[in-house]
Design a binder for this molecule. Structure first.
Ligand code: UDX
Length: 441
């Protein structure tokens, strides 16, 4: 069976390499010739665990990449994995998706095809795509992904469910075609959820919005915990012992970032609005997240120094989460901007070199150039901490493993603001540090 995958971003590249590892003949398609060239020479264009070594195994064997859509002609199945970024109003921007659909139309030929929508799309999009392709021998299936950045390849091979949205759940032939693609998982007992298009599209948004709501919920509780002197880590731990709540996604901090949660929560809220439905909880999840970093700056950092102008801070962690190079909606970057706008000098560090590079580029190439004059990105933690007036943890790396007894001799003022509640405050205090967490003492 020949499979085309349109889009070689965070979803498409994982889908192409994953399917080739499952033994299918896969052609990845992207308009970006530079990416195509790199991928065909076995170089991954993403910072993803395992991906490059797997890519090298299958490239020019049963996996190739091209900028030509003609390969669709030979394929039985076409996965659409193009980006659906947020537009200026918070809606999902579908221009890349519809452009890919037009290309499919052009090269579809007369053999029946199954077009699989893996991109995260507003509810009702599959129905619109079917309408566009109504004169062609095409079945449209919704098959949302639940991949976490940085470990997406692992998530591809360890799905907790496979969701297939179809026009007609009685259409066994189409469903069985996708079950053949995902047979490896069916044999492992991974449950399939067969539904309508709209149900499948909503499962994706509702799943992400709920995870984001869990984070905003614990972040809201953390501010109260802060005031009443409760310990938010213990609150979260004890809550999670109830299997109806579950222990994950209850880590309070300066909020969630990334290319998914912020975008998907906003887009779901906009979908409610388009049906004149108020989305109180979804809007609350978003507004809590939008204010959490500022709250941390005002109530922890500024409260301690009064005025941060001229003070130098080490900001540890730059990407939106550990072990990625992705700065999209990173709360660390948001916090750096707040510090710089308040006249502080910032020394930034991240264990991932590409995250450091991306930060340097961000402040030299974009409109934040003027802010960038007071920002210095260092390659070593020691250099970052040298002579600073305060230390800020902004990404949830396990910074605890560093030797804080030794590092204390480098700093001007041993004060730690733990924006992700990941540090062992008891040990730090015993070493002579002043420690501030969020709802954590
Ligand atoms: C998320 C979903 O987890 C994934 O299922 C979906 O397919 C894509 O979006 P990702 O964006 O890669 O994945 O990141 P994730 O690991 O979920 O973390 C998102 C953000 O939430 C990060 O900024 C992280 O720091 C923050 N977070 C996570 C918290 O603040 N608290 C938590 O308890 C967990």
């Amino acid at each position: 069976m020949k499979i085309s995958v349109i889009g070689t971003g965070y979803v498409g590249l994982i889908q192409s390499v994953g399917l080739s590892k499952l033994g299918f003949e896969v052609t990845g398609i992207d308009i970006d010739e530079r990416k195509i060239k790199k991928l065909n020479s076995g170089i991954s264009t993403l910072h993803e665990e395992q991906l490059e070594e797997e890519l090298k195994l299958f490239i020019n064997e049963n996996l190739k990449f091209t900028s030509s859509y003609e390969s669709i002609n030979d394929s039985n199945i076409v996965f659409l994995c193009v980006g659906t970024p947020q537009d200026d109003f918070g809606n999902a921007d579908l221009k890349f998706l519809y452009s890919a659909v037009e290309s499919v139309k052009k090269y579809i030929g007369d053999k029946p095809k199954t077009v699989v929508i893996k991109s995260t799309v507003p509810v009702g999009t599959c129905r619109k795509i079917k309408e566009i392709l109504k004169d062609y021998p095409v079945e449209v299936i919704s098959n949302p992904e639940f991949l976490r950045e940085g470990i997406a390849f692992k998530d591809f091979f360890e799905p907790e469910r496979i969701v297939l949205g179809v026009e007609n759940p009685e259409n066994i032939e189409t469903i069985n075609l996708l079950k053949r693609v995902y047979n490896h998982f069916e044999k492992k007992g991974v449950p399939f959820v067969i539904s309508s298009w709209e149900t499948s599209e909503l499962i994706k948004y509702a799943s992400n919005a709920f995870l984001a709501t869990k984070i905003s919920f614990i972040n809201e509780i953390s501010k109260f915990s802060d005031i009443v002197g409760a310990d938010i880590k213990t609150v979260g731990k004890a809550m999670g012992m109830d299997d109806r709540i579950g222990p994950k996604f209850l880590n309070a901090g300066i909020g969630y970032g990334g290319s998914c949660f912020p975008k998907d929560v906003k887009a779901l809220g906009k979908q409610f609005e388009s049906f004149e439905l108020e989305s109180k909880l979804i809007n609350a999840t978003e507004s809590i997240n939008q204010t959490q970093t500022t709250w941390f700056f005002e109530n922890k950092i500024k409260k301690y120094y009064g005025d941060v102008s001229g003070k130098t801070f080490a900001v540890l962690g730059l990407a939106f989460k550990p072990f990625t190079d992705d700065l999209r909606e990173s709360k660390a970057i948001e916090l750096i901007n707040i510090l710089l706008k308040n006249g502080a000098i910032v020394k930034g560090f991240d264990y991932i070199e590409k995250a450091r590079e991306n930060t340097i580029n961000k402040y030299t190439l974009s409109d934040s150039k003027s802010l960038g004059y007071s920002l210095h990105i260092l390659d070593e933690l020691n250099d970052t901490l040298f002579n600073v007036d305060g230390i800020i943890i902004a990404t949830e790396y396990d910074f605890d493993k560093e030797n804080w007894s030794e590092l204390k001799n480098l700093v001007n003022n041993p004060v730690i603001f733990d924006g992700k509640n990941v540090m062992d405050s008891k040990t730090l205090k015993s070493l002579g540090y002043t420690y501030f967490g969020i709802g954590k003492n």
